[in-house]
Write a protein that binds this ligand. Structure first.
Ligand SMILES: Nc1ncnc2c1ncn2[C@@H]1O[C@H](COP(=O)(O)OP(=O)(O)O)[C@@H](O)[C@H]1O
Ligand SMILES: [Mg+2]
Ligand SMILES: [Zn+2]
Length: 352
């Protein structure tokens, strides 16, 4: 599995080269979220063993594509992901939090928390060490979506809160902390202070990624939170309706104004997936997310269908990825995770 290669040098000494035709084929190889060909140095081989070494998290679909390739599939492929810590918006803070990705939305109910949860679980499934911070002070929904809402987070000897390990992800949420009746107390001017405490005073393990579920909207609270965290990239979640897109545009403008890199846009409930016959329908209109992404020059990282198994699983405190790992709807979720990680990396490496 992935872990086997962790800690090993990614370039073995007696590397053999690929044939000219194979190198050409590797130039054509694409990863979701990564624009253009991958650097040739990321591919290596020794005899029949071939390897793709990535500095970001990627899923087994990437490996499968290589294994199924007509020209390259005869090699025994391995995928080696060693997540690189990328620069963030607060250079003076330590990098122990890994790459911090804030998940935001212009309005509530578009599936921001669902996306945050599924992104975190998919990245963890790929072998990354992932934390999930519930910054939605108004409506912490992560305990519901990940289960264990009745458990409370414990305080350790160093006076830090132990995150809950749920579905492979380290989760810290006000929903695990205070009585739900007390949640109202945290609102208003205290919200950003409460969040910073949750961020700093959680005993996070060494993380590759920290996913932050921001409160919905583009007001002062979102701005303060985004500015106080060491953000590597921001993801804006929207649905295809015009009202949601208009709010998503405000989100894009907000991050641009404060210089937080926009990793991209995720269109949730992009089309309806009929469980009976599998037919798909654009009930909220077509191409909305794509048009907004194009006109604002933001990558469109994923389009997730509106599908009842996704909601049912989350309602039961278990994302579809772990509830039914083989479910065909998971493909889009896994692809989204690779796309976010790949685009986050590529943007951070872009010469400015
Ligand atoms: N792609 C989807 N398909 C079906 N239901 C979804 C999908 N995304 C979210 N939901 C459901 O929609 C509701 C709102 O999602 P949620 O993530 O809580 O939104 P937000 O955090 O933006 O307020 C939840 O019941 C969730 O399970
Ligand atoms: Mg939410
Ligand atoms: Zn149908």
């Amino acid at each position: 599995m992935l872990g086997k290669w962790l800690g090993k040098k990614s370039a073995p000494e007696n590397d053999e080269t690929f044939t000219a035709a194979e190198r050409e084929q590797l130039q054509q190889f694409r990863i979701p979220g990564y624009e253009g060909p991958l650097p040739a140095a990321w591919f290596s081989r020794q005899g029949q063993q071939a390897r793709l070494s990535l500095p970001f998290s990627a899923g087994p679909q990437v490996l499968e594509k290589l294994q199924q390739d007509a020209q390259l599939g005869h090699y025994q492929w391995q995928l080696d992901c060693q997540v690189e810590k990328l620069p963030n918006s607060q250079p003076e803070l330590p990098l122990i939090y890994g790459n911090v990705i804030v998940i935001s939305s212009g309005k509530g109910g578009v599936g921001k928390s669902s996306v945050a949860v599924q992104l975190a679980v998919a990245l963890a499934e790929n072998g990354a060490s992932v934390g999930l911070l519930d910054a939605d002070i108004y409506g912490p929904s992560l305990p519901t979506m990940l289960g264990g809402a009745d458990e409370k987070q414990q305080i350790n000897d160093q006076n830090k809160m132990q995150p809950h390990l749920r579905h492979g992800v380290y989760v810290s949420s006000l929903g695990f902390l205070a009585d739900s009746k007390d949640a109202a107390i945290w609102r208003g001017p205290m919200a950003s202070a409460a969040l910073q405490q949750l961020f700093r005073d959680t005993a996070w393990p060494r993380l590759d990624y920290l996913i932050v579920d921001l409160p919905p909207g583009t007001g002062d609270i979102q701005l303060t939170i985004a500015q106080k965290l060491p953000v590597t990239g921001a993801v804006v979640v929207t649905t295809p309706q015009n009202v949601a897109l208009a709010d998503a545009e405000k989100g894009i403008a907000m991050f641009r104004k404060v210089g937080i890199p926009l990793t991209g846009l995720i269109e949730n409930m992009s089309h309806y997936h009929c469980p009976a016959c599998g037919h798909e329908e654009a009930i909220f209109g077509q191409h909305g997310g794509r048009k907004t992404a194009e006109s604002h020059q933001v990558p469109l990282l994923a389009q997730l269908p509106l599908a009842s198994p996704i909601r049912q699983a989350l309602d039961q405190g278990q994302p579809l990825l772990t509830a039914e790992p083989q479910h065909p709807l998971n493909a889009a979720i896994r692809e989204m995770a690779t796309a976010v990680a790949a685009q986050l990396y590529q943007q951070a490496k872009k010469p400015v």
